[in-house]
Each structure stands twice: as C-alpha cells, then as structure tokens.
Design a protein around this ligand. Structure first.
Ligand code: SF4
Ligand code: SF4
Length: 432
C-alpha cells in the first residue's frame, strides 16, 4: 500500500475535503498572506494550496517532493482564515495537508528532531541543558546564547534561550498560595516557559499571587502538542491531548487554566476538541476544559476591575512601548484588546502602535527553521515597523515570538528590548 493511502483511507481525508469544498476561489486571502507578500506566487496563498490539495486528494495530481514543500510553506498565521468570508479553516487544512505529506515523504530532519525532543523523557532535557554550553556561548548581556561555531539551522545572530534544568514545574511546589486568597487557578506552563522562559513563568505566578490568586502547578502536564499538530503528527498530538486532559482533570469544576504561551492556549482551546472528535465523550471533556482556558491577559481583564488593577500598579512604566500580537493569540483566540488595556494601564497610556501589529513575526515554530529565508524576510519587515515607533520596548504574549523578535533585535541592531507582558506586570506590581 502506498504510504499516503493510510491518509486517504482514514477519516482525515473527509475532514480535509470538507474544508477544501468551502473555498469559492475569491482570492481575498492573498491580500493578507505574509508568505505571499514575500514570494509573490499564487501557489503559496491559501487559495493556491487549496487548489493543489483539491487536485491531489482527487488523485489528479501526484504528490511529489516540490509539491510537498509548497504545501508546507505556510506559517499558520491564520491571517487568511480571518479574512475568508467562506469560513475556510486554515487551522484545520494545514495540519491535515502536512499529515498527508509526511505520510508519503516523511518529516524534514529538523521537524523530526524538534518533535522527537519534545516527546523524549524529561531527562533528555537535562542532557541538552548540560551540552548547550559546548555549542553556544553566553554573552554579557540579556541576550541568551550565541553559537560558538557554524551550525545548521542556527544563524550567527540567532537568539538561543538558555535551557533550564530541572525546569520550572519540577522546582515548584504543587501550589503557590496567595495571601488573602480570592481564587485559585491552574497554570499550564508549556515547554518554553518550563525549560527556557522560566523567569516569565515565575513572573506569572508572582503577578497572580500579588493580586490574591493562588496558583496550582499540575505536575503531570506535558507538551501541549502544538508542534506535533501543526506538523501533521496527529497521532502523537492526540496522545498529548489525552495526557493533558487527564493532568488537568483534577481541578475543581470551573477552575481557570491560565497560560502565557499563545500557541499553547490556542491548542488547548481550539485544537483538542478536534483531536479528540472520534470520541464524543472525550471531545465533550475537551470542550468543557477549553471553556476554562485563559491567556493571562484575558484572565486579568476578565477578573479584575481596571481601576483596581491601576491602583495595584504602584510602579508604572516610565517609557513608551509597542506591542506585537502573537498570531495564535490575536487570530487564534481573538485576544487583542486585553493585552493593550493592560499595557496602557502599566504605562499610563504609553502604548505606541506599530503598523500592522498583528502581522506575523515570521516565527511559526518550526517554520522559521525549515523556511528560513521567508521567515527572516517577514521578521525584517516586522523589525522595521517596530523600530519606526521610536520606542525601546517591544512587549508580546508568547515565548516563541520573543525568540524571533529577540533575534530580530540582534540582527538589525535596533537596540530594543523584548519582554513578555508578565514581565511588565511584575515590575509594575513591584514583585519582580
Ligand atoms: S478567502 Fe477563503 S474562499 Fe476566498 S480564496 Fe481564500 S480561502 Fe478561498
Ligand atoms: S496561514 Fe498565513 S501564511 Fe498560511 S496561507 Fe494563511 S495567511 Fe498565508
């Protein structure tokens, strides 16, 4: 049996065709696609990929290697999905298209490496953390690590976060209790905040504790499965979804799950119910859990009176700042106003919008590794717009965007600092 037959004979084909059939070929999606903006070829638009997938799934076109690469060249920024009047869900099409491609052609080496790394036992992270200084050196600035010698996939100016062992969760108590507790939340850390952006994880806890919110750390949680899902590794993604559903099931009914990573939040809210759709009972559980998942900015704005928050911000920021919308926060979860509201409170109205703040930074997880040139061109455009604001601080709400933007600052020497919104909240509350 040809390898792709396992796709054609699975329910995945019907799911894919349902989405493809919605497209009326209007081409509206082209105007917002950052990949098309750089490459100017129809085949890289949502419409172009849908036409190719139509032909492939109808067996009119054979899926060869160049076609596989074309189908893969999407950053999953969801700009086309937002623009589309026919509700074509790119968030469904791309993972399924990649599942089809990987069953025939296998995953590119770097994607395999990333996914393998995220599914290996935790002790592997320890080995990686120990070996990291051999390949990367630290510089006397708050800029992560830099490579010591030429390495595939890693540019000279690439920001490499320091790996932390044993990681945030393993070194945390089960609960961080708040004085004068008003409520309790569970914290889904995601891999990056657990092993690289541990300062941001700690800041999230301090911010919530300072506002009277106790924070539980469910210890059995694992990778949210975003890297597996977007790359078409549906079986592994489903296993992770099941494990996380279980890990987060011990909460009292209705307890919120707070997240600081845009892609983790998007995956728990929007992807898990689809991944578990083959079991009505599990899908229902996933939907119920999704209702409790909240980005940190969404949680704070929904739970606290802005006036009260402002009173708590006793150390406001005395400089202007700009904000980059993570794709999976803005379009994936519809969260645009909440971070801006908080940033304006922290800075007493100091938010300076860049042009197209919600256009992708070019990261896209493994996209930036596989399609480096396009990723870097998109990043360059973002950095030009960020620099034009004249401010020295770029805030965002996703560790993956932070890596990309920090690399942009180093590469284009803009002299700006990239921070997560929880860093600024912790400073403004005087708990950093
Ligand atoms: S905007 Fe939607 S319907 Fe129109 S071409 Fe793009 S994907 Fe198809
Ligand atoms: S998700 Fe983004 S990169 Fe992919 S086709 Fe849509 S607009 Fe283009």
């Amino acid at each position: 049996m040809a390898p792709e037959n396992s796709f054609f004979e699975s329910g995945l084909l019907d799911e894919l065709k349902t989405e493809l059939d919605k497209c009326v070929r209007c081409g509206e999606c082209r105007s917002v696609c950052p990949v098309y903006e750089q490459l100017k070829l129809e085949k890289f638009t949502s419409r172009g990929r849908i036409a190719l997938l139509d032909a492939i799934t109808s067996r009119d076109l054979e899926l060869n290697t160049p076609l596989g690469q074309t189908l893969d060249n999407c950053i999953m920024c969801l700009a086309c999905q937002e623009k589309c009047g026919s509700q074509v869900k790119t968030e469904r099409i791309i993972p399924l298209a990649r599942a089809l491609v990987s069953r025939k052609q296998g995953l590119p080496f770097i994607k395999k490496l990333v996914i393998k790394g995220l599914t290996l036992p935790e002790k592997t992270i320890r080995q990686a953390a120990l070996l990291e200084p051999l390949a990367f050196k630290s510089l006397p600035m708050e800029s992560g690590l830099r490579r010591r010698f030429p390495l595939p996939y890693v540019d000279q100016n690439q920001y490499i976060p320091r790996l932390d062992w044993p990681g945030f969760r393993a070194s945390s108590p089960e609960v961080f209790p708040a004085r004068g507790e008003k409520t309790t939340v569970s914290f889904f850390t995601g891999c990056l905040a657990n092993h690289a952006f541990t300062q941001q994880a700690a800041n999230l806890v301090k911010v919530l504790n300072a506002l009277g919110v106790s924070v539980q750390i469910p210890k059995e949680q694992i990778c949210c499965a975003a890297p597996m899902h977007v790359n078409g590794e549906i079986t592994i993604a489903r296993e992770n979804a099941l494990k996380n559903l279980e890990a987060l099931s011990g909460r009292p009914a209705g307890q919120k799950i707070v997240i600081l990573c845009a892609s983790c939040g998007f995956t728990l809210k929007k992807v898990y119910p689809h991944l578990l759709a083959d079991s009505p009972e599990l899908a229902e559980k996933a939907r119920a859990m999704a209702d409790d998942v909240m980005d940190i900015s969404e949680f704070l704005i929904s739970q606290f009176d802005p006036k009260l928050l402002e009173e708590h911000f006793t150390r406001p920021l005395c400089q202007g700042l700009t904000y980059h919308d993570p794709c999976h926060l803005a379009r994936g979860q519809g969260i645009l106003d909440q971070p801006r509201h908080l940033l304006n409170l922290i800075s007493r109205g100091g938010l300076v919008e860049m042009e197209k703040p919600d256009q992708c930074c070019g990261s896209g997880g493994t996209y930036g590794l596989v399609h480096k040139d396009v990723s870097q061109q998109i990043l360059k455009a973002k950095m030009i717009r960020a620099e034009k604001t004249g401010v020295k601080l770029i805030a965002t709400g996703c560790p993956a965007c932070m890596i990309q933007l920090k690399s942009g600052v180093l590469k284009y020497q803009t002299g700006q600092k990239v921070v997560h919104i929880v860093d600024l909240l912790a400073t403004a509350l005087g708990v950093k």
